[in-house]
Design a binder for this molecule. Sequence first.
Ligand code: GDP
Ligand code: ZN
Length: 312
Amino acid sequence: MGEAVVVKNAGSHFLLSCLPAWDPFPAVLRGKVRLGAGTSTNPVAVGDIVDWQADGPVDALHPAVITSIHPRSNYVIRRSTNLSRQSHVIAANIGRAFLVTTLYFPEVKIPFLDRMLVTCEVYKIPVTIVLNKMDMYGNEVPEEVGRFCSIYEGAGYEVLKTSVKTGEGIDRLRDLVSEGVCLLSGESGVGKSSLVKSVDPSLEPRIGRISDAHLQGRHTTSLYEMYPVSGGGWLIDTPGLRGFGLVDLGKEEISKYFPEMLALADSCRFVPCTHTHEPGCAVKAAVDDGRVSPERYNSYLGMLEEDSKFRQ
Ligand code: GDP
Ligand code: ZN
């Protein structure tokens, strides 16, 4: 009897641990469980804080029974298929998401990064942008690094510069990871598994590559797991935030998830304002004088356009 965190979701059964202690023990769902939020095909997700009961000693043959789920501070959802309206809560109570990117190899895709940032804002997940492969940018392109940092620091995000080769930024990354339950996300090839290995060499064979494999398979939603990191904290192995559908956002809503635009919205002449054609728009004025970056504004316009296409 007690309280524990779901550290593995294998669909029909779970592992719980009384974090911060790492003592995973088996558990199952039986009967009715009081739900925290939403309609979801799997009511219990990795990261959920649950109450459990057991009649005697718990082992594989005598698993604990999950009796209730505590309210979630946040969660990420993934739709099962395009056709289905069902969704899976795949992780809950996430302390921080790391969005890993590179300037080149692969080339940064600003609209993709901004979409992921909006997803984190929607889900209320603190986020750190990790600019990896710093060793590859040399001295010829420091302006490009500076430009990237000014776009995102200007929008209110921390940009952590890292290199697995030189070790730059790895201590800071380890510190941030140690604060809680973390997600690592970013497109293939940016260095996610290399970063995991730098933070904790024992994790690399299990995390990172597995995530990419998950994405290929059809039945990708049944196994989610978190791993303890030797320096503290836990990393959730999921397909990351990539491929997560955005929850339905109305046209007026999208700009609320661009923090630098949200901060200006009250100053627009019209409320609500889509920050596109309205006279007296404070966001457009800020784009004109450089307080809001044109890159971010373009990402916003792209999302607006996609949203209206989607809604036709
Ligand atoms: P993932 O697909 O995001 O997990 O990326 P990987 O960790 O597999 O890395 C992709 C490639 O980039 C590998 O060849 C790594 O050796 C390389 N790589 C990762 N991080 C760095 C870095 O900081 N500097 C350099 N030069 N190469 C890196
Ligand atoms: Zn406006």
